[in-house]
Design a protein around this ligand. Sequence first.
Ligand code: SF4
Ligand code: SF4
Length: 443
Amino acid sequence: MDKEFTFKGGIHAPHFKEQTEKMPIEDAIEPKYVVIPLSQHIGAPCEPLVAVGEHVKVGQKIGESKAFVSAPVHSSISGTVKRIELHQTPGGSKVKSIVIESDGLFEVHESVNPKGNIEDLSKDEILGIIKDAGLTGMGGAGFPTHVKLSPPKDKQIDTFIVNGAECEPYLTADHRIMVEKSDLVLLGIRAVMKAVGVKKCFIAIEKNKPDAIEEMQKKVEGIEGIEVAPLEAKYPQGDEKRIINAVTGREVPSGGLPMDVGCIVDNVGTVATIGNVILTGMPVIQRVTTVTGSAISNPKNLYIRLGTLFSDVIEQCGGFSEEPGKILNGGPMMGIAQFTTEVPVIKGTSGILVLNRKDANVPEPSNCIRCGKCVDACPVHLQPYLISRQAILKRFDDAEKTYAADCIECGSCSFICPAKRPLVETIRIAKKEILAKRKKAVK
Ligand code: SF4
Ligand code: SF4
């Protein structure tokens, strides 16, 4: 465990993981009804395959798109489709969703069958299974996994990185998956390596999870081509370009993708789910989510049926221990603030974080003192203070020239700034304007 992989920049934020890091994954409540959004991913939204009044079963495909960049959705319970309507989602927008009332039976659909041995499956069969099961990046990104695993022919992929960094404070779902579901992680790795045709895999884990490192090392011992890469515990180690740089030394160019440097990166929760799909045939209908924070009575790591409302999950955790100041889908650095708990858990819900008023308090910003700390912290080597100023002055063309579009919105600059400037918030505005301008130009 002596060797340590890392990258330049980033911050050492407090981890705040002690509330749940040792807590085994528990099954969440069986919801009385679920809300399944038809778009939980990057790409084309699904069209419903069921009608109001229809009976559905667990694992049944209920939404699909013909587009390649998309991912189908499945029912997580058995019961009756009550409504198909616009519903608020944790992504911040309203999305057409299928509302299903449970019959309490959890009857499994006939299409759910084990997929057999990986040795007997062809590369295309594995990719087809992953696509059909609705796999998307479960770290929060939501990119359809089968697309990521199908790079163009001119991109030679030689390395698969399993992202077990989980660098966001508070979150421990991936940690527990590695400790408790290492068999599924290994099965998922073998499936991806065969599907992509790579011979080298790194399981990259931050060193603040020694039990996960030990468990995964035990699991891969003696297996050629797969090794554990212990990472320095530093934020945003889990960003895919940072993790590639830390593990392989390669730099993904500005505007480039991991495949440009021969790598594919998948979150460890996604990889374990691929293993589960192969083993049981059950598509993505559940996920492990950390429910934690200073205003949650009994923090837990829960295995939750997708579509369960945050309010039901929070109730299972004993409800609020005090008045919440902020509710987030995800962690404190990149999570999305929620104005209601009547939103469903989706494929990318890695955490439900509820902070009390004291922890959620955002101090008043003061003037920039030109200390340069934000520049040192930026893992993309940007000048956050400058881009932020350009954004405030609406000088978006200047912001484009200073590479605002390369910002990964990690929030390291805002975290480190002694003047508490709203850096990531303002840079995000510039980035949005630049990307909208580029999109218009393409059209
Ligand atoms: S400018 Fe963007 S990438 Fe750099 S530290 Fe700030 S949020 Fe992160
Ligand atoms: S860290 Fe804050 S105060 Fe220091 S240069 Fe950056 S914006 Fe200014």
